[in-house]
Structure formats: structure tokens, C-alpha cells
Design a protein around this ligand. Structure first.
Ligand code: NAP
Length: 568
């Protein structure tokens, strides 16, 4: 870090009172800081990591890459940025993604507003002053009017609840904490637990690099080819010209992608036409086979059974051993009702002699031993164990901070039976706490940055409204929160997804209370266009459903610009 940056970040650390504190320096925190900096508001970003990037800082496992098209994942807010950045691959890899986020932070001079290696341990609402007081792991206490949560949806990794994890004498890590220094895999005996989206990327990437690879699978996942490719200079030039159209397409689609659902009725076209569509989509890049499909696959058991059988056949064609192929085909849920991982030669890996699939639904894990992993059948010896066992998703990162609102109520208690929010962005009893990508928000179920920009823009406009009107405190009403939570829950009633055991429905076998899933419903499922319409209506109706109370004499944008200037 250049000296000038050190001096500036030290001046940031000396400050204790802010208008806004953003927790998390990932995709959300970076953009939120940019918006507040442009408004001249005194704000800082806190992150427990050693640097910015969030998901893309942590997940350094081999094979980690976007499964959103890179040019739909990047920020859309700056034409200059769009013109400058060259995505090298259609689905860009983790090192490049982290470089991109650093480039954005440096270009807009955001880094000096960020503090790293600092964990927020507690955040208590001071009812007398209507501010949040944050207790940090380095002993400091900071205060702010607005606490903006950029915590990430998948930032609280979970280890399997199996005995002996600490007994293993070799190297072991959760994929989220993949070491920053290179891991020597050559010739090693490696065991991996899990077959979710993360494991599917790792397994495909390391199968031909390790000595032996043993995959411990409890439930298989449906997955489909990523079909990645490089982006040439000419293609990038064309993408730059089409950015307006690309982002407009994303804004029109339920998931924030360019992929639009096929509007024909599943049963209105012949089976031959359906197969022709699937043959095409399976070989096209990205989520087309999931999101450009007939809408009935998400709601109609028979339609879903037909696409599932189609994908199962594709798997059978790719895996030589029919017994292994059947084990890789999910039997407990249909295609697309859980988040579909995208893969590159995942199924072909099982044709290699050095790769073994162990079905732990038949021979359960018993314990981790000093030497490896013991199932009910035998003990496997390893040099390295990789835990690709997922996350305490969406609410986990909130649960790990002692957040207390009005009357000392903890958020953890309030959400014990599942999240309750207003628009996924506010929580009754936790005033001035904003969640641009909270549980039950549109971001949680869409191409993340597309949702993030929507959430951050709404939250920023809302703060501006509060400043302009000299308001002290903003709190969602109980009634508005109940209505929103009921609305989010009701949207699942027609979706097959409600039956799936996935993080979308709050399932995680390693977290108390989440073992059965359906801890209310975690994500808004109405699609981005409907979500945007609703949140804009709320803003247009004087922020209906939010109690705006108290008076503040000065507009912090003006007062605080001077503090910001002084720090430079
Ligand atoms: P995940 O989908 O929750 O998968 C966790 C895996 O670990 C599952 O196979 C699970 O089996 C297994 N597991 C957990 N606890 C276990 C235990 N005690 N014993 C045996 N197996 C156990 O987590 P993930 O793969 O990290 O993916 C999470 C999400 O991250 C994805 O859905 C996706 O949204 C995101 N992601 C995105 C990308 C990308 O953008 N390219 C890449 C990776 C991940 P069960 O199914 O039986 O529980």
C-alpha cells in the first residue's frame, strides 16, 4: 500500500462517529460506499477480511468463477468503468474478479474509506440518540446514524457436524477459507465432502491434478454445462456497444440475467419442440437451460419430471459407468428447484481412474480420523480434506453479530423462526438499519450485482429523503413487515422449490433449527421487475410502511462533506 494511503486510512481509523457505517467490503459495500462518497457523507466500510472483495476475496478454491456472464455481473453505474474494463472470459475466474473489484475501488478512490481486519462483534441501537453503537474486535466503539448491511448471502461457511474434524493430521480447509498461498495438490490423496455448486467447480478442476480424489456425496445436485469461452477484443468492443441493451434485458428478466423465460406454454408445444429447445440450451453458455426454459418446469410436477429426465439422460451419456451415473442423478428433487450449479467437464471427471464417488447416503460418514475419513463401510486415508459443505446462508452473517434494536431485542431472537423484514431492506424494531441485499429482498434471488445496484440505490435515495426532511429515525412498521413476510411466503405456494432442501428455503443440516429447511422463506421469488415496481411504489408513496420520526437540525451531507475534506 502506498504511504499516502496509510496516512489516509489512519485518519479514518481515528474517527469514531459517522453518518453511515457499511458492514462488508464486498460487491454491495463497495457500491454503497461509492454512492455515499459522491454525496459527501461521512461513511466508512468495515470488514473482517484482510482486504476488499467479499465473496471474491475469500473463495480462492481452484475452479471458482462466475456463472453469471461476466459483463452482466460487473457494475453498471459508470460508463467510464464499462468502457475501461475488459472481461477476458464469458464466465470470469476468481483472481480476475478480485482484480476487477480492486480496480473499481481504486478508480473511485474508495479504499481509504475502508477498514480491514476488523470484525463487528456487536451493534446496539441507542434509543436516546437514535444512533447505532458498534463494538469492534479491536476494542473500538464506533457510532453511526445508519448501519448499512453489506454482509453477503453466503459468507458464513459451515463445517459438517461430524466428530473428529480437529483430529485430522493432514491439511484441511473449508472451500471458503482456501489458503491464499498455493496448495500443492500434485500426487496427493484428496477427499472432498459435498457436491454443491462449489464442490462441482473444485472437483472438475482438480480431478486431473491430484493423485487420487475421493468425493463424498450425500445428495447429488442437478447441474448443467457452463460452456465458458474467452472474450476477444472484438467481442468486448461489441459488448461495450451493447451495454445499455444488456442491462435493459437484465432488468426485464426475473433473475437479472439476459436469459428470458420461454413464453410458450410447455404443453402447447410438441415434445419434439421441447427437446429441440433443450438440446440447444444445454449446449449454450450459462443459465439458459434453467432460466430460458418453460416456466412450468418450476410449478408443474409433470413438466418438471420431463425436463429432469432429459437432464438425467444427458448425465447418463457423459458418465461411462452406469452405476456411477445413476448415483449422480438426483432422485429427491427435480431439475431447477434448487439453485443449478454450472460445470465444466464435471461428469467426465468420474470417468477417470483416480476419481472415486462414495455415496454417503448408503454408507454414512462416521467421523474424521487422524488419517482421513471413516464411513460406515471403511476408513479412507488422505493428505488433504476439502470441506465444500456450504453456508449458513442469508441470515447466518447477521446471527454472528450481536445486533440489538429497540428495547434490547436481539435480531437473532426475532429471526429465530425465520427472517421477517419489510421489502427485505428494513426490520421493525431495528431503526436506521438498512439491508440493500437482505433476506427476502430481490437481490437474494437474482444475478447478485444487478440486485445490489437496485438495493443500494433505493437505500441511498431513502437516506437522502431522510436528510432532506430532517428526520431522526426510520423504522418499518410491524404491520408492513407482516404483510411483506406473508407476501414472500405466499409466492412459494405455487413453486416446486418450496419442497426442496436447499439454502433458498433455509435448509442446512449443520445449523441448529435449519435441519428441516423451510425456516419461513428466505428469498423473494417474484422476480426483479415486480420487486423493483413494489419498492418504487413504496418510495413514491412517501415511504409507506415506514415510520419516520424525530427531528435533526442539519443536513449531514453538508456538515459532513467538510469533515471528509479535512481528512484528505
Ligand atoms: P451447498 O450448495 O449448500 O452445498 C453443500 C454441500 O455439502 C451439499 O452437497 C451438502 O449435501 C454437503 N454437506 C453439507 N453438510 C454435510 C454433511 N454434514 N455431510 C455430508 N455432506 C454435507 O453449498 P455450496 O456448494 O458452497 O454452494 C452454495 C451456493 O453458493 C450455491 O448455491 C451458489 O448460489 C453459490 N455459488 C456460486 C458459484 C458461482 O457463482 N459460480 C460457485 C459456487 C457457489 P446435502 O445436499 O445432502 O445437504
Amino acid at each position: 500500500m502506498p504511504d499516502s494511503n496509510i496516512a489516509k486510512s489512519q485518519s479514518t481509523e481515528a474517527q469514531t462517529d459517522y453518518e453511515a457505517i457499511i458492514i462488508g467490503a464486498g460487491v454491495c459495500g463497495i457500491y454503497q460506499m461509492k454512492r455515499l462518497k459522491d454525496l459527501g457523507v461521512s461513511a466508512t466500510v468495515l470488514d473482517s477480511a484482510g482486504d476488499l472483495g467479499g465473496t471474491w476475496y475469500w473463495n480462492r478454491y481452484p475452479g471458482a468463477r462466475f456463472d453469471s456472464e461476466s459483463y452482466t455481473y460487473g457494475y453498471s453505474f459508470s460508463r467510464e468503468l464499462l468502457d475501461e474494463w475488459h472481461w477476458k472470459e464469458r464466465f470470469s475466474s476468481q483472481p480476475e474478479n478480485l482484480r476487477y473489484l480492486n480496480y473499481v475501488a481504486d478508480k473511485f478512490d474508495l479504499r481509504r474509506h475502508m477498514q480491514f481486519n476488523v470484525k463487528v462483534e456487536a451493534a446496539h441501537f441507542d434509543e436516546d440518540q437514535s444512533i447505532w453503537r458498534l463494538k469492534l474486535s479491536d476494542g473500538r466503539t464506533l457510532s453511526c446514524r445508519f448501519m448499512v448491511m453489506g454482509l453477503g448471502l453466503l459468507s458464513q461457511p459451515t463445517m459438517p457436524r461430524v466428530e473428529g474434524v480437529d483430529d485430522f493430521k493432514g491439511e484441511s480447509f473449508h472451500t471458503y477459507y482456501w489458503p491464499q498461498e498455493p496448495v500443492d495438490l500434485k500426487g496427493k490423496k484428496v477427499g472432498i465432502i459435498g457436491t454443491g455448486a462449489t464442490a462441482i467447480q473444485v472437483i472438475a478442476e482438480i480431478g486431473d491434478k491430484v493423485g487420487e480424489l475421493t468425493v463424498f456425496q450425500r445428495r447429488p445436485n442437478w447441474s448443467a454445462p457452463l460452456n465458458n469461452s474467452e472474450i476477444s477484443d472484438a467481442e468486448m468492443a461489441d459488448i461495450r456497444k451493447r451495454y445499455d441493451e444488456i442491462f435493459a434485458n437484465c432488468a426485464k428478466s426475473p433473475g437479472g440475467f439476459e436469459h428470458q423465460p420461454d413464453r410458450r406454454g410447455f404443453w402447447d408445444v410438441s415434445r419434439e419442440e421441447r427437446i429441440a429447445l433443450w438440446d440447444r440450451l444445454y449446449d449454450e453458455p450459462g443459465f439458459g437451460i434453467w432460466l430460458q426454459n418453460f416456466r412450468e418446469i418450476f410449478t408443474d410436477e409433470d413438466a418438471n419430471a420431463e425436463i429432469s429426465e432429459y437432464i438425467a439422460d444427458r448425465i447418463r451419456r457423459r458418465v461411462k459407468d452406469p452405476v456411477v451415473a445413476e448415483k449422480l442423478i438426483p432422485k429427491d428433487h427435480g431439475f431447477g428447484v434448487q439453485r443449478v450449479p454450472l460445470e465444466t467437464n464435471y461428469f467426465e471427471v468420474y470417468n477417470r481412474d483416480n476419481v472415486e464417488l462414495v455415496d454417503i447416503s448408503e454408507t454414512p460418514l462416521e467421523r474424521i480420523t487422524e488419517k482421513g475419513i471413516k464411513t460406515s463401510e471403511r476408513e479412507f486415508e488422505f493428505d488433504i480434506i476439502i470441506y465444500a459443505t456450504g453456508f449458513d446462508a442469508i441470515t447466518g452473517a447477521y446471527d454472528h453479530i450481536d445486533i440489538r434494536g429497540v428495547g434490547g431485542q436481539t435480531l437473532r431472537e426475532k429471526w429465530f423462526e425465520g427472517p421477517q423484514t419489510y421489502l427485505g431492506m428494513m426490520v421493525h424494531g431495528f431503526p436506521n438499519m438498512l439491508m440493500p441485499a437482505g433476506p427476502q429482498s430481490g437481490s437474494a434471488s437474482s444475478n447478485y450485482p444487478r440486485g445490489i445496484e437496485i438495493g443500494v440505490n433505493w437505500c441511498t435515495d431513502f437516506m437522502e429523503h431522510i436528510w432532506e426532511n430532517g428526520i431522526e429515525r426510520a423504522d418499518a412498521t410491524d404491520a408492513a413487515e407482516e404483510r411483506w413476510t406473508a407476501h414472500v411466503t405466499k409466492m412459494y405456494s405455487t413453486m416446486l422449490m418450496r419442497k426442496a432442501k436447499s439454502w433458498f428455503t433455509g435448509y442446512n443440516s449443520n445449523v441448529d433449527g435449519h435441519e428441516a429447511g423451510r425456516v419461513r422463506y428466505f428469498v423473494y421469488n417474484g422476480g426483479a421487475p415486480k420487486y423493483v415496481t413494489r419498492i418504487n411504489e413504496v418510495a413514491g408513496n412517501d415511504y409507506e410502511g415506514i415510520a419516520l420520526t424525530g427531528e435533526r437540525p442539519t443536513d449531514p451531507r453538508m456538515a459532513l462533506t467538510q469533515i471528509g475534506d479535512a481528512a484528505e
